[in-house]
Design a protein around this ligand. Structure first.
Ligand SMILES: C[S@@+](CC[C@H](N)C(=O)[O-])C[C@H]1O[C@@H](n2cnc3c(N)ncnc32)[C@H](O)[C@@H]1O
Length: 280
């Protein structure tokens, strides 16, 4: 028990908690605590897991999933790679047929380790990018494809109209609204006209089924919500938006082909399937 917990009666602690948390966020101290928590998680015992592909070390696994569980990383990555591949195919794009594919926020390659070999074997090009240098270094050294560092803010060094498909799993969910809008513009800039974007976000369906208390109700009044508003781009911050608002943000640049609601193989994220408009 911390000194804080010992000195404060529980009801007072609960009342003060949001204020303490906000003070930690505003002062920047939250980053120290968050990183310490990540180090703790990385040290938690996890059963060794080998799926025959390069496995990142626990400290990198924790950065993308708050867990050092290799089985979760491997099986979840396989599921989500298949999900993106199937969704692209349903919209007429075979990612294994000479396509240029960009994994935005590629982390330590949870999805890339499955998709990059397929894309490259099909004669296409695979690029991953992330804001975290450790993750980019690991993927560059261990996975097929090209991996580069990009900033939290746009643009990336990628050439305009150079990709056929962009996907981002659980990346926009860690950005504030202004950044989400900017990244939609960047994805559009980098996609060829007609190119496909598959972008996940936390929607009202997830908020209702599994979200933190009060978020679903707030989404009925506010179309875009940020929780834990600090350390943008890290797993500490989460953002939530309605399908209607996401559609409104994307529509000027993309034809919104469908918004796939969270489902059994992917309960926490909705997926926007977008086709890049030509001349804007
Ligand atoms: C929850 S992890 C998901 C990683 C990977 N997409 C996956 O599904 O395993 C979020 C990732 O997005 C990265 N990220 C956050 N903001 C980003 C941005 N503006 N550009 C690129 N990567 C970003 C983080 O560094 C982190 O690797």
């Amino acid at each position: 028990m911390t000194l804080y917990a010992k000195l404060m009666p529980a009801p007072l602690r609960r009342r003060l908690q949001p204020h303490v948390q906000r003070a930690l966020e505003v002062s920047g101290l939250i980053a120290v605590l968050h990183r310490r928590q990540e180090r703790r998680l990385a040290q938690a015992p996890a059963a060794p897991f080998d799926d025959g592909l390069p496995m990142p070390p626990p400290e990198l696994l924790v950065l993308v999933g708050a867990s050092s569980d290799g089985r979760w990383f491997s099986e979840g990555g396989q599921k989500h790679a298949a999900m993106f591949e199937d969704l692209a195919a349903a919209h007429g794009v075979d990612v294994g047929a000479g396509k240029d594919v960009w994994d935005l926020g590629s982390g330590c390659g949870r999805i890339a380790r499955r998709l990059a070999p397929k894309v490259i074997a099909g004669g296409g090009g695979f690029t991953g990018s992330d804001i975290n240098r450790k993750l980019v270094d690991w993927t560059s050294a261990n996975l097929p494809g090209r991996y580069l560092l990009n900033g939290l803010r746009t643009p990336t060094p990628l050439e305009p109209k150079s990709k056929d498909v962009v996907y981002a799993y659980s990346v926009l969910t860690h950005l504030r609204e202004k950044a989400v809008r900017a990244w939609l513009e960047e994805v559009h800039r980098v996609l060829r006209p007609g190119g496909l974007a598959l972008l996940t976000f936390h929607d009202e369906g997830y908020a209702r089924a599994w979200g933190p208390k009060g978020v679903a109700e707030r989404l009925e009044r506010e179309p875009f919500i940020v929780l834990n508003d600090a350390m943008e781009g890290s797993n500490y911050l989460s953002s939530w938006t309605t399908r209607e608002q996401f559609t409104a943000m994307a529509s000027p640049l993309f034809e919104v082909l469908e918004i796939v609601a969270g489902r059994a193989d992917n309960p926490t994220q909705a997926i926007a399937v977008l086709r890049a408009r030509g001349m804007i």
